[in-house]
Design a protein around this ligand. Sequence first.
Ligand SMILES: [Zn+2]
Length: 135
Amino acid sequence: MAKKTSPKKPRANAAPKTKRDGTWTEARFWQEIRMTLRKLSLRWPPRAEAKKKRRRLYTGPKKGNLKWEYQCDACRDWFPDSQIEMDHITKCGSCNYDAIAEFIVRLFCDSDGYQVLCLTCHSIKTFAEADYDQR
Ligand SMILES: [Zn+2]
């Protein structure tokens, strides 16, 4: 006797897949939109402009293709390109149906809306913001 096979049961409490022909949840959909916009914002000219304002020619002892170094806006120390991050001074906020316009405006801000942070200072800021959100 053939065993009756039931269609795969959805997990209890699983979010319904309402997007992309029923293959994505709402959260996944907004995650993709957020990621795509963030990727696009890397080519936003004011971002490069902000970075340029905080650089100087590297004159230290390391050889190779280390041409510029950048000043962290928090600790004021100088770092190579690989050890800095461009940070939005005003957090971009949530990316969802209600907040998308604000998110885009903050993400694509003018050059004075950015700061350069070294990896350490950036993680401190990120940690502080995450902590703040939970209050
Ligand atoms: Zn720093």
